[in-house]
Design a protein around this ligand. Structure first.
Ligand code: NAP
Length: 337
């Protein structure tokens, strides 16, 4: 019987939010495997702010997705057929599977794929969140880029999200006083009551700047920046001299026109160290994954996911990262085990 593959191919570049009108849903038979190839049934797609960036024809760290190309996307799946020397039937793999039901992977690019334990100790969505790239982003941001010390004040923006929620909890494990910034009272309550942040500040509230100042009486030693724009400016104005900024993301700018921020004077005046970084540069992430997994299994870090379903819904679901209607890691279930 012929196995059919559905693919979401980029049809038009979105100006702001993403919709079905920007994609063609195309169905075709999965190709015959050549020697050195394996077929992966995609199980979960990771919904990432960077997906939105990849749709735009702007300078970035990878080429933008071309019109007509299957949307690039991180995810995980199970090898269901193999003529590969590296991947056997039954292997669980993670990598750029794309927005489709099946991905063909090639031995020539074997190093681009992570082989996961066949029976992982945590749920599959957690492998894309706390124990995957989101967790690793938080981990390297706070251990390598802007290491936070006990007693310091750490501020994390988009704090109820996938990266932010783990960054804040790592900050607590390191003995920092942790202030989270999130949109709305429910998310702020979640940060303090469920995740153990010291304080949470609602950036959508009128008195945001006043509340941020009250939450950081000794200033901010480390800013784990996920947002940019007005949120970033407010946090930067609270930095101590010689403070450090892990510049992780600028989501406020991904689906909107305009510049994230061009007030650099605070960096001079306060002698700040601002370091941008990309988690993909940490190729040998075994130690990070091991430590994050232990923390999750020991209950020292709470992993949370918002799980949605249906490949065809991917464009609509991605917008939930921009309207704030998710908590923790946003994943899309595409196939059954
Ligand atoms: P996420 O935080 O789970 O989801 C995005 C969150 O951002 C939303 O839930 C929303 O929360 C907040 N947000 C959206 N638009 C906003 C705006 N205009 N102003 C303020 N807050 C806004 O997503 P994530 O995957 O963990 O990514 C978080 C950040 O990390 C992104 O900037 C992403 O690009 C970056 N990142 C960087 C790397 C790296 O290697 N450097 C790797 C992964 C992710 P609220 O409800 O609180 O508004």
């Amino acid at each position: 019987m012929t196995t059919l593959n559905r693919q979401l191919r980029l049809k038009a570049r979105p100006e702001q939010l993403v919709g079905p009108e920007h994609f063609d849903l195309v169905q075709s038979p999965v190709p015959e495997l050549a020697e050195g190839q394996a077929l992966v049934r995609v199980l979960y797609l990771s919904m990432d702010p960077t997906n939105r960036v990849w749709m735009s024809d702007v300078p970035q760290y990878m080429p933008p997705v071309a019109i007509g190309q299957t949307m690039r996307g991180l995810g995980l799946g199970r090898v269901v057929a193999s003529r590969s020397a590296h991947f056997a039937e039954g292997d669980l793999v993670q990598g750029l599977v794309g927005w489709q039901d099946y991905a063909v992977i090639d031995d020539k690019r074997a190093k681009d794929w992570v082989k996961l334990p066949p029976h992982p100790p945590v749920a599959l969505p957690t492998l894309l969140g706390a124990c995957g790239f989101s967790g690793l982003t938080a981990y390297y941001g706070l251990t390598d880029i802007a290491p936070v010390q006990a007693g310091e004040t750490l501020v994390v923006s988009a704090a109820a999200g996938s990266v932010g929620s783990i960054a804040g909890q790592i900050g607590k494990l390191r003995g920092a006083r942790v202030v989270g910034i999130a949109g709305g009272a429910d998310k702020c309550r979640h940060l303090v009551e469920d995740l153990g942040f010291d304080v949470a500040v609602d950036y959508k509230a009128e008195d945001f700047k006043k509340k941020l100042a009250e939450a950081t009486p000794d200033g901010v030693h480390v800013n784990f920046e996920n947002v940019g724009g007005a949120v970033m400016r407010a946090v930067m104005s609270r930095m101590v001299n010689d403070g450090r900024v892990a510049l992780c993301g600028l989501i406020a700018n991904y689906a909107a026109s305009g510049r994230p921020s061009d007030d650099y004077s605070v960096i001079i005046v306060k002698r700040l160290t601002v370091r941008g970084f990309l988690v993909f540069d940490y190729r040998d992430a075994e130690k990070g994954v091991r430590e994050l997994t232990q923390w999750v299994l020991q209950g020292r870090i709470k992993a949370g996911e918002t799980v949605t379903e249906g490949l065809e819904n991917a464009p609509k679901v991605l917008n939930r990262l921009f309207d704030g209607s998710t908590v923790g890691k946003l994943v899309l279930k595409v196939g059954d085990e």
